[in-house]
Ligand binder design. Structure first.
Ligand code: FVH
Length: 293
């Protein structure tokens, strides 16, 4: 039940994630007001004690802290413009996925409306919200983060990344890049195994064992990258890995499985070898990813 001694919060957006956020605030005893563009998504939350607002302006006016979790940067701006009259004096926390540039642009816009701003990246899927596995990255106003950390902790562990509002989005997209890279490999592995009729679930334990073992190399890769020295502790050099890489295209042809998910990696390896870095580690291809502006 909402507890009036606790910080009240407004949640704009009741998609899968916005609903999970509002549920976690209510479970933490925080008086919660919600708003969603389409009617009909707030019934369950109202039954748990949420106040349902009719407009963004009404929702924003209801509480000192306003959390926005919408589809994208454009929808966030549209909704906030609609409710702009209520913004002055509020703490706004944008938990919608976006880029660092979008976060900085929103920060500049809300600053004109006398708003303390935090941008965030949710590192969880909706059922994880409020569990110890969830963590949320924040950047922007340090004062807002420190003042309302107890409220934010209702969602999962709260991690602050600095006053530049773009930093949470940068860390969020970096972590998601790591995740999607892993899933590309996992899907390719299941496709190859499936090409001979094996069930994915029989192969899954072996795949988990291998990927878990490989995460042991992340710290070494980080040291090489920080020092820009890709010769440190090399155990499987790039020339060897690039040579073995031909097998990924060939096995695709043999087993009638497209190699397109992993295809971009090998040309980068070959370029780096051609540039004289075959004795170094795979991590050196990071040099080829840096685009001069
Ligand atoms: N769900 C997840 O696994 C991920 C986990 C990490 C963070 N993401 C990001 O969270 C944002 C919201 O995601 P979501 O899962 O809640 O998304 P949907 O269920 O699709 O809900 C979208 C809500 O946005 C509203 N909306 C869309 N366009 C507009 C608009 N122009 N004006 C106002 N509201 C808009 C939509 O409203 P309605 O369709 O119900 O009327 C939903 O409330 C997102 O950035 C993820 O990347 C989730």
């Amino acid at each position: 039940m909402p507890d009036d001694s606790k910080t009240g919060v407004t949640v704009l957006g009741l998609g899968a994630m916005g609903t999970a956020l509002a549920e976690a605030f209510l479970a933490g005893g925080h008086p919660t007001t919600v708003w969603n563009r389409s009617a009909g998504k707030a019934g369950g939350l109202a039954a748990k004690g949420a106040v349902v607002a009719g407009t963004p302006a009404e929702a924003i006016a209801a509480n000192g802290v306003v959390v926005v979790c919408l589809f994208d940067a454009r929808s966030v701006r549209e909704v906030l413009e609609t409710g702009a009259e209520s913004l002055p004096g509020r703490v706004l926390v944008n938990l919608t996925n976006g880029t660092p540039g979008e976060a900085r642009e929103l920060a500049a816009w809300v600053a004109e409306h006398d708003v303390e701003f935090l941008d965030g990246g949710i590192m969880a899927v909706p059922p994880m919200i409020g569990s110890p596995a969830a963590f949320v990255l924040y950047s922007g106003s340090r004062t807002a983060f420190d003042t309302h950390k107890e409220l934010f902790d209702s969602l999962g562990e709260s991690l602050y990344y600095g006053t530049d509002p773009g930093l949470a989005a940068l860390h969020d997209l970096a972590l998601l890049s790591g995740m999607y890279g892993m899933f590309m490999g996992v899907i390719q592995a299941f496709a190859l195994i499936g090409s001979e009729g094996s069930e994915a679930r029989s192969f899954a334990p072996l795949l988990k064992r291998w990927i878990t073992g490989m995460t042991g190399f992340i710290d070494g890769a980080a040291e090489q990258i920080d020092k820009r020295d890709y010769t440190i502790g090399v155990v499987s050099n790039l020339a060897m890995q690039a040579g073995a890489g031909d097998a990924f295209a060939k096995v695709g042809e043999e087993q009638a499985i497209s190699a397109e998910l992993l295809a971009p990696l090998r040309p980068l390896m070959l370029r780096r070898v051609a540039d004289g870095h075959g004795h170094e580690d795979l991590t050196g291809i990071i040099e080829l990813l840096k685009i001069k502006k």
